[in-house]
Write a protein of this length. Structure first.
Length: 108
């Protein structure tokens, strides 16, 4: 009985550590991608987040099967900061369509 409980405890402990490690790795990956995006496109003129920009980016993402990095809430346009592919989509928009969005507005 004791060994069975110990085995369950160790399995749960291991799973918790794996979950914590994955979360830390995800945060580190996002910070690294943000820094790389900043180094590559910081000298460009950023396009302000307006209604027209939002609809243009949304249309381009829909046409190219990308996840749109922006959303509108109460008339305010914001970045989807919890999206794992956020910076890869921003990089693709910058390279292919010359749309440089201001990454400094993304909270970390």
């Amino acid at each position: 009985m004791f060994y069975k409980r110990l085995k369950i405890f160790l399995k749960h402990y291991y799973m918790c550590n794996v979950t914590i490690a994955k979360a830390k790795l995800q945060r580190l990956k996002v910070r690294t991608e943000k820094d790389l995006y900043g180094l590559e496109y910081d000298s460009m003129n950023f396009i302000p987040l307006t209604r027209d920009t939002y609809f243009t980016v949304k249309m381009l993402c829909n046409e190219n099967d990308l996840k749109c990095p922006l959303y509108r809430y109460g008339g305010v346009i914001k970045f989807k900061e919890n999206e794992p592919s956020l910076y890869s989509v921003l990089r693709k928009l910058a390279k292919e369509f010359n749309i440089y969005l201001d990454y400094t507005e993304i909270p970390q």
